[in-house]
Design a binder for this molecule. Structure first.
Ligand SMILES: Cc1ncc(COP(=O)(O)O)c(C=O)c1O
Length: 431
């Protein structure tokens, strides 16, 4: 990393960045929503494009001097459309939450009824949590997973949908280890004349690689983050498989014609919720989308899934309970109820030796969201370092060593040494 200017001009920030690089290099990153971008993505995000104001969209900006940022935004959009085989893409949302906000502003009015996956069953804050704008502005109801197999309970989804008649149904979440069954959601959405939105923030890289079903043609609209399995910079995107006329008869003022949903989405993002786009991040997105179109990325995603399967098998053989019994994706959610340790404590103890995870609610959790009975693990970051199935078996054993020997300094030291060896064997950002 070339940080010579910061080192000279601002030693405080330089030291913080160096410390974070050291942490990333010398710990095992198992947070399912994180990844390590390529150096090319880092360079784009650190480029002079951060200097440019470009409110509006390519060819119709509110500022002059936009010819080059227009090019990079168009490139990002074209690559993204190719990646998901879709007709429309918006690459401006600053985050996954803002992508969701852009969709809600397009499809909903204040107090409209929406149905999404319960946060405790794997949903996301923006799917109706009372402490989030979604739960404050819209009338959200939740569906959950079944007690037996922890898969979405479609009988329940259909029953609630029939009763509340939502305008929008959301599928997808942040801690659901199984495939999202878009077709089943579509059947229910059609039966109550609701729009269907997929939030594929987590599996989007796997979808792009054909390893997870695609939301299209079943969903009307999809959102994602760009920084999880997609391995891009931090940000959001909105996609339409096919553009369509809006049902609400919103008229374009000059032509008098009914607007397409794509136009409404564009104006919901800007000027609806954002001002100037982060052009340096959009350039980083363009770089990441090119990478994601490559065969190497497909192999990388195959390794992510195969590593998650290896973790699944290793934990099952160590007699751990896994939510839904395992995984189809990059996520493994461990239910620690029978292990006599909370998610919070497990996260804390693992962090002491350099294994980074996050506490997570499990379905029907009796503990609060700040304590929880589970930890969520994900394989994108370790896979980016080049680790494979053998290393996943070791990682599961190291986690087990800590969880079964809480506070045993001797064991902790041994695990730390093992982690140092692993990190040295799979160096990060060394070339
Ligand atoms: C399913 C889902 N949607 C939306 C988001 C929000 O993304 P961001 O943190 O970029 O706002 C996340 C982030 O974890 C997520 O998992």
């Amino acid at each position: 990393m070339n940080l010579e200017n910061i080192k000279r001009d601002d030693i405080d920030v330089y030291n913080i960045i160096e410390s974070e690089l050291f942490r990333q290099r010398n710990t095992l990153e198992l947070i399912a929503s994180e990844n390590f971008t390529s150096k090319s993505v880092l360079e784009a995000v650190g480029s002079v494009l951060t200097n440019k104001y470009a409110e509006g969209y390519p060819g119709r900006r509110y500022y002059g001097g936009c010819e080059h940022v227009d090019e990079v935004e168009n490139l990002a959009k074209d690559r993204l459309k190719k990646l998901f085989k879709c007709e429309y893409a918006n690459v401006q949302p600053h985050s996954g939450s803002q992508a969701n906000m852009g969709v809600f502003l397009t499809f909903l009015n204040q107090n409209d009824t929406v149905l999404g996956l319960d946060l405790a069953h794997g949903g996301h804050l923006t799917h109706g949590s009372k402490v989030n704008f979604s739960g404050k502005i819209y009338n959200f109801y939740s569906y959950g997973v079944s007690k037996e197999n922890h898969r979405v309970d479609f009988d329940q989804v259909a029953k609630i949908a029939k009763k509340i008649k939502p305008k929008l149904i959301i599928c997808g979440g942040s801690a659901y280890p199984r495939f999202i069954e878009f077709e089943k959601f579509k059947e229910i959405a059609d039966s109550v004349n609701a729009y269907l939105m997929a939030d594929v923030a987590h599996p989007s890289g796997l979808i792009a690689s054909g390893l997870h079903p695609s939301p299209f043609p079943h969903c009307d609209v999809a959102t994602s983050t760009t920084h999880k399995t997609l391995r891009g910079p931090r940000g959001g995107i909105i996609l339409l498989g096919k553009d369509f006329k809006n049902k609400w008869g919103k008229i374009a003022p000059k032509s008098g014609r009914i607007k397409n949903v794509s136009e409404l989405l564009d104006s919901s993002v800007m000027p609806g919720i954002q001002g100037g786009p982060l052009m340096h991040v959009i350039a980083g997105k363009a770089v990441a989308f090119k990478e994601a179109l490559s065969n190497e990325f497909k192999s990388y995603c195959q390794n992510i899934v195969s590593n998650a399967k290896a973790l699944e098998q290793a934990f099952l053989s160590l007699d751990y309970d896994l939510v839904s019994g395992g995984t189809d994706t990059h996520i493994v959610l461990i239910d620690l109820t029978k292990n006599n340790i909370s998610g919070k404590k497990a996260e804390f103890e693992l962090e002491k030796v350099g294994i980074t995870t996050n506490k997570n609610m499990i379905p029907f959790d009796e503990r609060s969201p700040l304590v929880t009975s589970g930890i969520r693990l994900g394989t994108p970051s370790l896979t980016s370092r080049g680790m494979g199935n053998d290393e996943m078996k070791i990682v599961a054993k190291l986690i087990d060593e800590i969880l079964t020997n809480k506070g045993n300094e001797y064991k902790y030291e041994k695990v730390k040494n093992h982690i140092a060896e692993l990190c040295n064997s799979f160096p990060l950002y060394n070339k």
